[in-house]
Design a protein around this ligand. Structure first.
Ligand code: HEC
Length: 144
C-alpha cells in the first residue's frame, strides 16, 4: 500500500512538474502556456550555447510554436482566475488591452523572426528580441 501511494505521488509530480499545488484550472492552463514558451526558448538557448547542433528548421519550429502560444495568451488570461501560487498581477484585468498588446507583440516578433535565423550567430540577437517581448509584459504584469 505504501509503495502504491509513493508511485502515485511520483506520477503526479511529473505531470504537474513546476505547478504542483496550483488548484485553479485556469491558472494552471495559463502557467502551462507560459511553460511551453519557456521550453521553446530553451531549445533556442541550447543551440545558441552549442549544447545542441544548430538546426534552422528546428529554430523555425520553435518560433512558430511560440507565436502560436503567444496568440493564446489573451484567451488564457481572460478568466480573472486567482490562485495562491499565481504570480499574475491583478492590474492585468484593469488594463487588458495593454496586456493583449504585449501578447500580440510577442506573437509578431516570433512570426517575423521565423525564417531569418540562418546561422548560430543569428540566434543571440533573435533570443534577445524574444526575451525583451517576454520581459516587457512580465515587468508590468508578473510579480518579481
Ligand atoms: C502578455 C504578457 C506576457 C508575455 C508576452 C509573456 N508572459 Fe510569461 N507570464 C505572464 C504572467 C502574467 C505570468 C504569471 C502567471 C501566473 O502565475 O498566474 C507569467 C508567467 C510565466 C512563467 C511562469 C509559469 C509558471 O509555471 O508559474 C514563465 C516560465 C513565463 N511566464 C515565461 C515566458 C516567456 C519565456 C515568454 C516569452 C517567450 C513570456 N513568458 C511572455 C505574462 C506574459
Amino acid at each position: 500500500m505504501k509503495t502504491y501511494i509513493a508511485v502515485g505521488v511520483i506520477a503526479l509530480g511529473t505531470t504537474a512538474f513546476a505547478h504542483s499545488g496550483v488548484k485553479d484550472p485556469d491558472v494552471m492552463n495559463r502557467m502551462m502556456g507560459m511553460s511551453e514558451m519557456a521550453k521553446q526558448m530553451k531549445v533556442l538557448g541550447a543551440m545558441a550555447k552549442g549544447e545542441q547542433a544548430f538546426d534552422a528548421a528546428a529554430v523555425d519550429a520553435a518560433l512558430v510554436r511560440m507565436a502560436e502560444e503567444a496568440s493564446y495568451i489573451p484567451s488564457l488570461f481572460e478568466p480573472k482566475a486567482t490562485d495562491p501560487k499565481s504570480e499574475a498581477l491583478p492590474v492585468i484585468w484593469n488594463e487588458f488591452d495593454t496586456f493583449e498588446e504585449h501578447a500580440r507583440a510577442l506573437e509578431k516578433t516570433s512570426t517575423a523572426l521565423s525564417g531569418t535565423v540562418g546561422t548560430r550567430a543569428d540566434l543571440g540577437p533573435a533570443m534577445k528580441e524574444l526575451g525583451q517581448a517576454c520581459s516587457a509584459c512580465h515587468s508590468d504584469y508578473r510579480q518579481k
